[in-house]
Design a protein around this ligand. Structure first.
Ligand code: BG6
Length: 454
């Protein structure tokens, strides 16, 4: 089976790559004010891709990649999030896209990767407030207007389902004050309304495609006890299928809607329905997901009466049958195959694997190549699993993007946790020369892309 349109590439966020946090009119985001700790860097420099993107594109191109998924930073384009446009910021992304296109690389734009403009976070506490939702839709439309003629693929939110299962709500831009379950459902509802509005808008442009994205959580019951099986199924419905269902069909999961009604949140159900019934063109063209590990759920660890969207965080235990990375993430390529096949079978849309990889501690000695055989192994097994999903299970897959294939700081800001095929010479507290140095996996990846035909 051959498909020369298969997308191979790299995937990143803006705050983990760009640096230049206050350059050319950019406003601060919630990340820019986070301080360094002994184990993490601050967020001001990233890997300086703002200035070095041409070099990074050359590296990706040379490895045979034909796709780059990146983020347009909200506060670079609109410094306060809801005020005037920073033309320099907008123009920067056009140049960025032009350089990709010059290399025949396909841009995929994500519009929100948790880096809420600081002004909106302070004034409105993030997506819990309708004003922020409207501001995000406005920002999105401005970026789409600017780049629609050059960019086909759009992902409004990174890992949008984190708004449902993350107990601290930090990634939803909800920062201060008491957090209630209703706030969490408000955030989720607002993000889904924004998703619907942005999707409808994208579909006004001929040929553009949009996809909802989740952090897919592959979960196994801890035992044959019926309770373990039931809570795992419920967690799967609340965490994975609910948002995927909205993206694919325009309707949330009936089970989640029932939970909301039973718990005094009928107005939130109605609020979303009002929008989805009015907008006719909100079905996604593809479903995007990140996948790094799988989990096991033990029902005995879950508190009574807790909302099912917390079953995973409360119930998770280690799987004794799997190997674990040095950062505690359990490696499970079969889980990757199951996730792809499950989504493809259930929702009937092309599946786009936009984040996958393994974080490891590596130190370059200034001379010798880093031999990251464990990373080769990880990608090899996962790419084979994806192939099996396509060729044996009949799944429809449009691409495979590795996460942070040129080293970037981790989501916690730790430059020591590296995912790259290319080493970037900086530490948590020293910027050094930021030199890019291919690792052994880079050459393996290049060979693999040249040989694999989907
Ligand atoms: C994803 C996020 O959840 O996981 C990224 O979209 C993040 O921002 C990636 O970097 C890997 O997680 P971590 O914590 O190892 O960086």
């Amino acid at each position: 089976m051959e498909n020369s349109n298969f997308l191979w590439g790299n995937s990143v966020s803006s705050m983990q790559t760009e640096g230049a946090w206050d350059k050319d009119g950019k406003g601060p985001s919630v990340y820019d004010v986070r301080k360094a700790t002994p184990e993490t860097s601050d967020w001001k420099d990233g890997i300086d891709e703002y200035h070095r993107y041409e070099e990074d594109f050359d590296l990706m191109k040379n490895a045979g990649m034909n796709c780059y998924r990146f983020q347009v930073s909200w506060s670079r384009v609109m410094p306060t999030g809801d005020g005037s446009i920073n033309q320099k910021g907008l123009d920067y992304y056009e140049r960025f896209v032009d350089e990709l296109l010059k290399r025949d690389m396909i841009p995929v734009i994500c519009l929100y990767h948790f880096d809420m403009p600081l002004a909106l976070a302070k004034k409105y506490n993030g997506f819990v407030n309708d004003h922020v939702r409207n501001a995000f839709v406005r920002f999105s439309k401005i970026v789409i207007d600017k780049l629609a003629s050059k960019v086909k693929y759009w992902i409004p939110f990174n890992e949008q389902n984190c708004t449902m299962f993350e107990e601290g709500f930090q990634n939803s831009g909800y920062l201060q004050g008491d957090k209630t379950i209703e706030d969490q459902y408000k955030i989720a509802t607002n993000s889904l309304i924004a998703y619907a509005e942005v999707t409808d808008y994208v579909h006004k442009f001929d040929g553009l495609q949009i996809g909802g994205m989740v952090a897919y959580q592959e979960m196994y019951p801890n035992s044959m006890k019926t309770r373990d099986v039931m809570v795992t199924r419920k967690a799967n419905e609340f965490i994975n299928n609910d948002f995927l269902s909205l993206f694919a069909t325009g309707k949330r999961s009936a089970e989640v809607i029932q939970y909301m009604k039973n718990n005094g949140m009928t107005t939130l159900v109605q609020k979303l329905n009002k929008v989805t019934e009015k907008l006719t063109n909100i079905k996604s063209d593809f479903l995007a997901f990140s996948y790094y590990y799988s989990l096991v759920i033990d029902s005995t660890r879950i508190q009574q009466d807790v909302a099912p969207n917390y079953y995973m965080s409360q119930g998770k235990v280690l799987n004794p049958n799997l190997e674990t990375s040095e950062y505690g993430w359990q490696i499970d390529a079969d889980g990757f195959r199951n996730s792809i096949t499950e989504m493809s079978d259930r929702f009937g849309l092309p599946i786009f694997s936009v984040e996958n990889g393994i974080g490891a501690k590596e130190e370059w000695d200034g001379q010798n190549q880093i031999d990251d055989d464990y990373r080769i192994q990880y990608h090899k097994e996962h790419i084979q699993a994806m192939k099996d999903a396509i060729q044996i299970d009949g799944a429809q897959v449009m691409g495979y993007l590795g996460w942070g294939l040129i080293d970037i700081p981790s989501s916690a800001g730790n430059m020591e946790k590296r995912y790259g095929l290319v080493y970037v010479n900086r530490g948590n507290h020293e910027l050094r020369d930021l030199r890019r140095v291919p690792k052994k996996s880079y050459y393996w990846f290049k060979k693999m892309i040249a040989q694999e035909k989907f």
